[in-house]
Design a protein around this ligand. Structure first.
Ligand code: CTP
Length: 398
């Protein structure tokens, strides 16, 4: 069920609806009366292929006000206005959407969008806290341009992010807890680029998706998150996350050392170049008759090792290892050796190669822990893998 409340961001619900139906879900839209001031019922009906009603007196023989909630496998409300949050908190059932929220026993994802003043008002804060304490996932809004000239927290996250979280809630058998509230988390993501000359660099195939998913899921579990991002595919900055952009391994190192100082958790998901060209040529290297130039490389610092060395008491450090396995051992064998070598608290081990992990939306692997724990991370979205990592981290933090 896709609920749509009456705010200008209702127009973005159309794109969310398309994304959900295109990924194979049967979606029924339940707008509020006021949502229809922004988007017509015909638009939702055409995009969903399902009838659209707002009140409890339509479809009476079908007892829609009870059935829709009972049958739902997931209820998403996007946008959820301050008024909708208030009505949901107090168990009102004065339209089809709030009646559906009362009868739903499946995961519920509310995606707020409103002006900053409304989002920060104590009434809304209390409502959100109460809804979260009941296991309802209330997404952190994005910061940025709101209607008119205002900017600040309260913007509807991009439909692609909402769809990612919706998929995560369908994939996880249990709810997404708000258990990282008050925790400071730093995540690195993407691939570093080591310049050769003004137009060329040594890079790698990391898309940054896994690191962005880690940051996004941590923020949605309540953490204050900084995402140190090297080069990535065309990714949307996660809602509610502070971005720090870097290019080279050295810049990544500097940013991580600053950010990690006061963090409770550091996750190094970035693909750091182990080597960089020993000299940066200040002009474009030209072809010459004497053949291709030779390239001298020098070692980059091992940032993870440095973070482990410098970590303050109580900080947890999560490393990542992309392995292929070879004649000396399989992926897990190399992962165990790397955990011992890197001395981090957790190591996420992925098998990489053609069609695995890199540039893919899905991921799988193992989570190895310094206390000897080994958990298989079954194939699923990168957000699911991220959420399993945070499950383990959150239980170690407490
Ligand atoms: N890493 C790092 N600094 C580097 C290289 C890697 O901080 N210069 C981090 C990565 O972000 C990752 C972990 O170390 O969290 C493991 O990266 P990987 O490339 O698998 O490890 P290496 O130490 O480079 O080992 P290998 O010999 O397998 O390349």
């Amino acid at each position: 069920m896709l609920g749509v409340a009456g705010g200008i961001a209702a127009y973005k619900a159309c794109e969310l609806l398309r994304r959900l139906t295109e990924s194979g879900h049967r979606v029924r839209v339940i707008p509020t009366e006021s949502a229809l001031h922004f988007v017509g019922a015909a638009t939702f009906e055409a995009l969903s292929g399902q009838p659209v009603h707002t009140g409890v007196f339509s479809d009476v023989p079908e007892v829609a006000h009870v059935r829709l909630g009972q049958q739902a496998e997931l209820v998403v409300v996007a946008p959820a206005t301050a008024d909708l949050l208030a009505r949901a908190t107090h168990g009102r059932a004065d339209d089809l959407l709030t009646a559906t929220l009362l009868t739903a026993r499946c995961p519920v994802l509310l995606v707020p969008a409103m002006h900053t003043e409304m989002w920060l008002h104590p009434a809304t804060r209390d409502n959100v806290a109460l809804l979260r304490s009941r296991g309802i996932v209330v997404m952190e809004p994005a910061s940025g341009r709101l209607t008119g000239v205002d900017t600040g927290p309260g913007r509807l996250p991009e439909p692609v992010e909402i769809a990612e979280l919706a998929r995560l809630l369908l994939e996880r058998a249990d709810a997404l807890p708000h258990d990282l509230a008050g925790r400071r988390v730093v995540v690195s993501a993407g691939g570093t680029r080591e310049p050769l000359d003004p137009v060329r660099f040594l890079g790698n195939r990391s898309s940054g998706r896994q690191g962005y998913a880690l940051a996004r899921v941590a923020a949605q579990r309540g953490a204050e998150v900084a995402l140190v991002s090297a080069h990535t595919a065309d990714l949307i900055p996660p809602a509610g996350v502070r971005m720090v952009h870097v290019g080279t391994a050295e810049q990544l190192r500097e940013a991580m050392l600053v950010e990690a100082k006061h963090a409770d958790v550091v996750a190094m998901a970035a693909a750091v170049a182990d080597f960089r060209p020993a000299t940066l040529v200040d002009h474009k290297i030209k072809k010459t008759a004497s053949g291709p130039p030779s390239l001298t490389l020098e070692l980059n610092p091992d940032i993870l090792a440095e973070l482990v060395e410098l970590r303050p008491a109580g900080q947890l450090v999560v490393g990542f290892a992309a392995e292929t396995g070879d004649e000396t051992g399989d992926v897990l064998f190399h992962g165990r050796a790397k955990l011992a070598r890197k001395r981090c608290d957790f190591l996420v081990v992925n098998a990489v190669g053609e069609g695995l992990a890199f540039e893919q939306p899905d991921n799988a692997g193992w989570l190895l822990s310094s206390d000897g724990g080994e958990t298989e991370l079954p194939s699923g979205s990168k957000a699911l893998l991220a959420s399993r990592v945070w499950d383990a981290v959150a239980s170690r933090l407490t």
